[in-house]
Design a protein. Structure first.
Length: 193
């Protein structure tokens, strides 16, 4: 089927907060820490910047070739396409104290390498379900993304309004110990770019 995702596909990820009003996963502003490239927040549009800040390429973290299907439970990297090379989605530092008060674990940024430190750039993708129940992940599916840093990096979610280094974004992004602590903040709907 045409809507099945394969490695190498370019996607947008829309957050489910407040009836799918959480925005689209996006890179914003340069990061100044060694090994990192950009801060990550959500934006109102998947094409906030026409240079690809809201576009992500699905790359296998277990050696599957481009063109192979993405299955629920697969280990992936997400490569941002800002200006052709926005870095890889990565769990970095600790969540803010406000985020920690509701289960937050780590902040999120993009890194220059696929795995800045073991597991930090690897995400296990879990689809809630899909049209035919054959394990394939499809455009339109709602997924959770679980980070493997230290064997338990937490689920990708939105948490608090964007500010500070993510000024200009919509919502801040972090990982959380809970798979969906409330208001569908860890739900991400996939669409092809």
């Amino acid at each position: 089927m045409a809507n099945e995702l394969t490695y190498g596909d370019q996607i947008h990820l829309q957050n489910g907060y407040n009836g799918w009003q959480g925005g689209y996963l996006d890179t914003i502003n340069n990061h100044t820490s060694a090994g990192l490239k950009h801060h990550v927040a959500t934006a109102d549009s998947p094409t906030r910047d026409t240079t690809g800040t809201g576009t992500w390429e699905i790359v296998s973290a277990s050696g599957k070739a481009a063109g192979q299907p993405v299955l629920s439970g697969d280990l992936i990297h997400l490569r941002n396409l800002y200006a052709g090379d926005g870095g890889y989605l990565d769990a970095v530092n600790h969540a803010t104290s406000v985020q920690k008060s509701v289960g937050g674990k780590y902040g999120v940024a993009t890194a220059q390498s696929k795995d800045r430190t073991p597991g930090s750039g690897r995400w296990r993708i879990f689809a809630q379900n899909s049209t035919s129940g054959d394990q394939n992940v499809r455009a339109g599916d709602v997924v959770h993304l679980w980070n493997t840093y230290d064997d338990n990096g937490g689920f990708l979610e939105t948490n608090q309004n964007a500010g500070g280094d993510t000024q200009g974004g919509k919502l801040d992004v972090c990982t959380n110990a809970y798979f969906n602590r409330g208001s569908n903040v860890a739900d991400w709907k996939i669409s092809k770019a």
